[in-house]
Design a protein around this ligand. Structure first.
Ligand code: GLA
Length: 413
């Protein structure tokens, strides 16, 4: 009788949770609300790999401010692999390399903070990082306390040397450790998509990589010895076609750090930045600010394009059509606006003729559409920085190979 009674009591107490439909949802372990729009900043890896030091970080922070990048929204300075010594100390603590960082990591974090910026570090869920420095496996709580003591704001957490461990569990352990350490830290999962972090990452981290590493080319596969590849930016865009519904405020699909300013053409850099913006990917620059051209800076700080990336609706864009190498990509925006990109994937210049009235743009997942038949939209041509009529007229443009025309459509008032 007592058992029947307690079973009934359990069911009755569980009912409110069941009716809210949240009884099976995992409680969040991450610091919530730290990335309501995609994080923006700079990471050392794409240009410098492990050749990083205090001077580089300070110069980068200084230029982030003086160039206007901070005011355009770039806030995080993240040191990737290579900031530690090869061994932990006698107490098992990580040791910032004293030759690369003679002033110490705390002083460097303070310097970055004094510029109105935020500071991030890198480690790995495995026994060693990808470049062979001490990994965090077995030291999660100790490392999290160290990061909290430095006052860092962002942790990128990689997936090398993790044989035999479960990704969801490993990332959840570190997420719990960061929470227990008491300092809010954005948790950036870098698992490359092998274990589908989009399916379990939302309570665990604020963003997750969806692919192997980026390579500064439009659409190539760059093979490395040892059977792994890095990928041109359009390869990453195409790699995961069906996961846009998993991305949103505080839980972003991360298409990897930017290669803008790293050896691609001006047209390709514009296309890359446009696609990352339409995909609502984090915008983490990966170039050397000290030798940045004004063209690169103009791309990275284009306010209209950044507004599309940072749009409050937080919806990842998608491809609408592809015809003869000319692709149409869109992103629904807050207030009924749309971003539209015409991207020339081919090796030849193309003439675009787009009659809006005969086209349908529909986001079935979010139940949004652009009703060109009944609604007239004004057009802002973003890269040419000019108004370009309305959707009542056919849109025409010449688009060079690998170049893009990016528009913002706003409902005509
Ligand atoms: C992996 C990551 C890269 C970078 C390197 C560092 O390849 O995917 O982004 O962090 O490790 O070794």
């Amino acid at each position: 009788m007592k058992n029947v009674f307690s079973t009934l009591l359990c069911i009755v107490t569980a009912l409110p949770a069941l009716s809210q439909g949240n009884v099976y949802k995992q409680a969040p372990t991450k610091w919530e609300g730290l990335a309501m729009t995609p994080p923006m900043g700079w990471n050392s890896w794409n240009t410098f790999e492990t050749k990083i030091d205090e001077k580089l970080v300070k110069q980068t922070a200084d230029i982030m401010v003086s160039s206007g990048m901070r005011d355009a929204g770039y806030t995080y300075i993240v040191l990737d692999d290579g900031w530690m010594t090869r061994e932990r100390d006698a107490n098992g603590n990580l040791v910032p390399d004293p030759e690369k960082f003679p002033g110490g990591m705390k002083a460097l974090a303070d310097y970055v903070h004094s510029k109105g910026l935020k500071f991030g570090l890198y480690n790995c869920a495995g026994t060693k990082t990808c470049a062979g420095y001490p990994g965090t496996r077995g030291y999660e709580y100790q490392d999290a306390r160290f990061y909290a003591s430095l006052g860092i704001d962002y942790l990128k957490y990689d997936w090398c040397n993790t044989e035999g461990i479960n990704a969801k569990e490993a990332y959840t352990t570190m997420s719990n450790a960061l929470k227990a350490a008491g300092k809010p830290i954005v948790f950036s999962l870098c698992e490359w998509g092998d274990n589908k972090p989009w399916e379990w990452g939302e309570p665990v981290g604020n963003l997750w990589r969806i692919s192997g590493d980026i390579y500064p080319c439009f659409d190539c596969e760059h093979k490395h010895p040892g059977n792994w590849s890095s990928w041109g930016f359009m390869k990453i865009i195409e790699m995961r076609k069906d996961i846009r519904q998993y991305s949103g405020p505080d839980h972003w699909n991360d298409f990897d750090m930017l290669e803008v300013g790293n050896r691609m053409t001006f047209a390709e850099d514009k296309s890359h930045f446009t696609m990352w913006s339409l995909m609502a990917s984090p915008l983490i620059a990966g170039n050397d600010f000290r030798s940045m051209t004004k063209e690169t800076l103009a791309i990275l700080t284009n306010r209209d394009m950044i507004a599309i990336n940072q749009d409050k609706l937080g919806v990842q864009g998608f491809k609408v059509s592809s015809e003869d190498g000319l692709e149409v990509w869109v992103k629904p925006l807050a207030g009924g606006d749309w971003a539209v990109a015409f991207l020339n994937r081919s090796d030849d210049a193309k003439k675009l003729t787009y009659d809006w009235k005969n086209k349908k743009i529909e986001d079935a997942i979010n139940k949004l559409d652009a009703a060109f038949g009944t609604t007239n939209y004004t057009i802002k041509d973003i890269w040419n920085n000019k108004q370009a009529g309305t959707t009542s007229k056919t849109f025409k443009a010449d688009i060079a190979s690998h170049d893009v025309v990016a528009l913002r459509l706003s409902k005509k008032k």
